[in-house]
Design a binder for this molecule. Structure first.
Ligand code: NAP
Length: 285
C-alpha cells in the first residue's frame, strides 16, 4: 500500500494521479487527508480515503495501517510543522512503514531561507527514525509565478527582491511525477534528490517571457527587501507571509533555489516543463 498525506492539496492530488498514470492500482493507494469531505473526487477514482490530521496522532495510526511506502507532504501551517511532522514520522514507524519520503526544500542543508529551518528539522526526524527514507528536496513551484499573471499584466511589472538570482522553478505536476517515480519504483532508499527544472530563470527573464507571449510589456522591478515586503502587505498579504516571501526571494538572489543536479529530469524520465510552456498554459487558461 502507498499512502500520500496531504492528498487533498495541490501536490497531493497530482501525486495520486501520477501514481495511477504509472499503473499503480487505485485500491493500493491511500489518500490520507485532514478533511475527508474534500476527498470525494479521490474516492471516486477508487483510491482509499482515510482521515489523517498531523495534529491528531490517533488518526495517523489508523490511516497508516498496512502502508509499505509513505509520502509525507510537508504541511502548510508554517511554525507548527516540526511537531506535526514528528507525529507523522512516529506513526509511520509504529505502523511498520518500509519507506518514508518527505517533500523538503531545495538545498535544505545549506539554504539560508527561513523556510528551510523547519525542513531541516523535519529531514532530521525522518533520518533519525531509522526507516529507509527519501528526501525529495523540491524547488519553487513554477505556478508561484504563473498562477497569477493578471496583476503583472495590469501593472506592466513584476516586483521582487531576487536581484539577478536564478530559480529552477518546476511545475507541481513534475514534482508529483518525481514523487510517484520514487514511491512506485525501486532503489531509492536513503537518496537525497535536489529537484528543480532543467533550466533556471531570472525574474527579468520571467518578465521578458511574459512580455513575449502576452504582447503586453512587463518589466521586472527589483526592490530592497523591506520595500518589497511593504508592496506585498499593500496588496493584502499578512506581514509574516510577506516577510517570508521577501526572505525567499533573497534566497533566490543567493542562488539557493537553483540546482543543476538533473535529479528531477532523471526521476521523471523526460525534460521538465519549461517556463515558456508554463506561461503559455497559464495565459491560455
Ligand atoms: P497545499 O495545496 O496548500 O496543500 C497542503 C496540504 O497539506 C493540504 O492537503 C492540507 O490539507 C495539508 N495539511 C495542512 N495541515 C495539515 C494537517 N494538520 N494535517 C493534515 N494535513 C494537513 O500545498 P501544495 O501546493 O500541495 O504544496 C505541498 C507543500 O509544499 C505545502 O504544504 C508546503 O509545505 C510546501 N510548499 C512548497 C512550495 C514551493 O514553491 N515548493 C510553495 C508552497 C508550499 P487540506 O487539503 O485539508 O487543506
Amino acid at each position: 500500500m502507498i499512502t500520500i498525506t496531504g492528498a487533498t492539496g495541490q501536490l497531493g492530488r497530482l501525486t495520486v494521479t501520477a501514481l495511477l498514470d504509472r499503473g499503480v492500482p487505485a485500491g493500493e493507494i491511500v489518500a490520507a487527508v485532514r478533511n475527508p469531505d474534500k476527498a470525494a473526487d479521490l474516492a471516486a477514482l477508487g483510491v482509499q480515503v482515510r482521515h489523517a490530521d498531523y495534529n491528531q496522532p490517533e488518526t495517523l495510526a489508523e490511516a497508516f495501517a498496512g502502508t509499505d511506502r509513505l509520502l509525507l507532504i510537508s504541511g502548510s501551517e508554517v511554525g507548527q510543522r516540526v511537531a506535526q511532522h514528528a507525529n507523522v514520522v512516529a506513526a509511520a514507524k509504529a505502523a511498520g512503514v518500509r519507506l518514508i519520503a518527505y517533500t523538503s526544500i531545495l538545498n535544505a542543508d545549506t539554504s539560508g531561507v527561513s523556510l528551510a529551518t523547519e525542513h531541516r528539522a523535519s529531514e532530521a526526524l525522518v533520518r533519525d527514525s531509522g526507516l529507509p527514507f527519501v528526501l525529495l528536496r523540491n524547488g519553487w513551484y513554477l505556478e508561484n509565478y504563473t498562477a497569477n499573471l493578471a496583476p503583472a499584466l495590469q501593472h506592466g511589472a513584476i516586483f521582487g527582491t531576487a536581484g539577478e538570482g536564478r530559480v529552477a522553478a518546476a511545475t507541481r505536476a513534475d514534482f508529483a511525477a518525481a514523487a510517484a517515480a520514487v514511491l512506485a519504483g525501486e532503489g531509492h532508499e536513503n537518496a537525497v534528490y535536489e529537484l528543480g527544472a532543467d533550466q533556471s530563470f531570472t525574474m527579468a527573464e520571467l518578465a521578458a517571457e511574459v512580455t513575449r507571449q502576452s504582447g503586453t510589456e512587463v518589466v521586472y522591478r527589483d526592490l530592497p527587501a523591506e520595500e518589497y515586503t511593504k508592496v506585498l502587505v499593500g496588496v493584502g498579504l499578512p506581514e509574516p507571509v510577506a516577510a517570508m516571501l521577501a526572505d525567499s526571494d533573497q534566497g533566490i538572489a543567493r542562488g539557493e533555489l537553483a540546482t543543476d543536479s538533473g535529479d528531477l529530469r532523471t526521476l521523471i524520465g523526460r525534460p521538465t516543463t519549461t517556463l515558456a510552456e508554463g506561461i503559455g498554459a497559464a495565459l491560455a487558461a
